[in-house]
Ligand binder design. Structure first.
Ligand SMILES: NC(=O)c1ccc[n+]([C@@H]2O[C@H](COP(=O)([O-])OP(=O)(O)OC[C@H]3O[C@@H](n4cnc5c(N)ncnc54)[C@H](O)[C@@H]3O)[C@@H](O)[C@H]2O)c1
Length: 319
């Protein structure tokens, strides 16, 4: 209802860092479909070439967002930068806090400095609900206290702060989108730490019962990847929102037990999960208040969990 299509009188040039990854590649598809010229910067650590369909307006650069010279070169002539590149696994950042900081914080700083130098119109940053940590009050609004619990969350939050500082000090237009639990096609189920929906669908499709860490009554707020892409387009195009942060979620709480029931229902299978000890650092409940995004970003999610699961499973079946 609210969503904009890009109307391009002049060419939009968009740089998507992490554009070969799960969310980034969907964003690339949408930008190309809307007529933008897109450059992807990705080091292919978790991103995949097969996530990107060759296109005459797509340029793919293998490189590191932690390398300022690379980012600065690519920022030249850009209208927008969508900064999706990150070490997106919390455990990976716990294993390597120094290395991941180079991507997760320094990479953001590099993007901002390059945007300042080349007068990029707007920078969209993939922030995270991890910033809220395990403070019990829900639903989360953007002004609530934060409590990052991992190097990942600290770097995401610090990146938000430096985005705001670049807006205040230098007038770089930045918009931070705090994604909650994103799901959809191309999310890699191979790591046990990747999105729980990709892990559940992978296991259930093979007739194997997944393991749930904890009692399964922990809840998450799942948001479909196409809605996240739409939020990015709004963030790039709505006037007067430089320096702002928005929650991007469905504003629906789903327990992992309920999620598994829904995945089983789509596959027509009846599987009982195994239960294991809760994982260190896992939070009990996660739920967003998305009122600010609705009112100011003029965005609201269109795909509910059930519809999104069906679309995901259809895509896995090659439908
Ligand atoms: N998936 C979610 O639920 C979720 C939730 C909150 C925030 N986010 C954020 O959204 C963004 C995209 O996440 P995703 O789920 O698509 O993960 P992903 O791992 O699929 O995508 C990240 C991409 O960044 C690339 N990358 C990593 N380090 C890089 C570097 N140093 N230089 C260049 N490229 C690099 C990877 O190769 C990959 O293509 C990330 O910033 C992530 O932290 C995701």
């Amino acid at each position: 209802m609210f969503e904009q299509r890009l109307t391009m009188n002049s060419t939009i040039n968009a740089l998507v860092t992490g554009g070969a990854g799960f969310i980034g590649s969907h964003l690339v598809d949408r930008l190309l479909a809307d007529g933008a010229a897109v450059t992807v910067l990705d080091n292919f650590s978790t991103g995949k070439h097969e996530n990107l369909v060759p296109h005459d307006k797509l340029q793919v650069v293998a490189g590191d967002v932690g390398d300022y010279a690379t980012v600065e070169r690519l920022a030249q002539g850009m209208t927008w930068i969508f900064h999706e590149a990150a070490v997106a696994s919390v455990p990976a950042t716990i294993d390597d806090p120094v290395g991941s900081h180079q991507t997760n914080y320094v990479g953001t700083l590099n993007v901002l400095e390059a945007a300042r130098k080349h007068r990029v119109q707007r920078v969209m940053f993939a922030a995270s609900a991890a910033a809220y940590g395990d403070l019990p009050e829900i639903p989360k609004t953007e002004t609530m206290a934060v409590k990052p619990l991992s190097p990942y969350a600290v770097d995401k939050l610090a990146s938000e702060y430096i985005c705001r500082v670049y807006h205040q000090l230098y007038g770089v237009e930045t918009v931070c989108l705090r994604y909650f639990n994103v799901f959809g096609p191309r999310q890699d189920p191979s790591s046990p730490y990747s999105g729980v929906i990709s892990v559940f669908t992978d296991r259930v499709s093979k007739g194997q019962a997944p393991t749930i860490f904890g009692d399964g009554e922990q809840t998450r707020d799942f948001v479909y990847v196409a809605d996240v892409v739409a939020a990015n387009i709004q963030a790039a195009t709505v006037a007067g929102i430089g320096g702002e942060t928005f929650n991007i979620a469905n504003q629906r709480q789903t327990s992992l037990n309920e999620l598994l029931r829904q995945v089983c229902a789509v596959y027509g299978k009846n599987l009982q999960p195994g239960y294991d000890a809760p994982r260190a650092g896992d939070i009990k409940h996660s739920l967003a208040d998305t009122g600010k995004a609705r009112n100011i970003l003029q965005w609201q999610p269109k795909v509910g969990l059930q519809q999104g699961l069906q679309a995901l499973i259809d895509s896995l079946r090659g439908a």
